[in-house]
Design a protein around this ligand. Sequence first.
Ligand SMILES: NC(=O)c1ccc[n+]([C@@H]2O[C@H](COP(=O)([O-])OP(=O)(O)OC[C@H]3O[C@@H](n4cnc5c(N)ncnc54)[C@H](OP(=O)(O)O)[C@@H]3O)[C@@H](O)[C@H]2O)c1
Length: 267
Amino acid sequence: MELREKYGRNALVAGASEGIGAAFADYLGSSGMDLILVARRLEPLKNLAGSLKNKYNVGVTCIPCDLSESNSIELLKAELNGMEVDVLVYNAALSFIGPFIKNKVEDHLRQLRLNIITPLEMLHVFGEKMLASGQGAVILMTSLSGFQGSGNLSVYAATKAFARIIGESLWYEWKNKGVDVIACCAGATATPGYINSRPETMGWLNPRVQTPEEVVCECFKYLGKQPSFISGRGNRIASFFMQKVLTRKMAVSIMGDTTRKIYRIRD
Ligand SMILES: NC(=O)c1ccc[n+]([C@@H]2O[C@H](COP(=O)([O-])OP(=O)(O)OC[C@H]3O[C@@H](n4cnc5c(N)ncnc54)[C@H](OP(=O)(O)O)[C@@H]3O)[C@@H](O)[C@H]2O)c1
């Protein structure tokens, strides 16, 4: 069944201007959904909107909004002006790499607002309407770093654990009410954010870096069928090894050591 027929007319992508978010917007547009694109920078949103309108002949609304601000949900509601959100993709995230103590507490708090508080508020506002209408879908982007302690990514990893757990929990609560929820656990994906972080390659230790389009395609394969999934075969094998074969101590140590090497971190 077409996404629009199954879930409704409008899809909001939070963090839509590039990378995985832009790939979600493209996929949803290709299935005939009207799009609401949200990110801080208006220019890249407008460029994407122009190309999606041309390609798919769908309606596109751009909303520039910093989702790490405490009033962002109010601003968003005002901009939407009653427009329904039938599919919510929460993709925006912030990660500060490095020792917990060396990053400012304000930066940690900003990560919590962008990665936890705002998506929670959106889930409540838009989820309530989806449940009332008996149809809708929610996709929460999360990460393999959220499966265990991840030194030098500590707060980011903890926020990603939150995204997975709330996604899986709401999958259970909403599964018989017409609303599909899924937590999409990505591994390394070639987005501008990932490329700009200039990660070192780790040879055989690192699964293949996926494209944003691969992650998004897999996500729609599993939406409605599973509470969460890990994208990419290599990531699934690595995760199986980390979670089911190694001890917790080994898994946390490997994750921390790998992150230190990839980002050339010295204590
Ligand atoms: N790339 C990876 O390797 C990887 C791996 C695992 C999980 N993930 C997850 O996948 C998601 C997307 O990652 P990505 O690499 O595509 O990220 P990205 O390239 O950094 O893009 C993030 C998007 O979010 C927007 N954004 C960032 N801060 C925002 C804010 N404060 N308010 C509103 N919008 C904001 C950005 O646009 P503006 O700058 O214009 O705001 C951009 O459109 C994240 O949730 C991440 O945790 C990524």
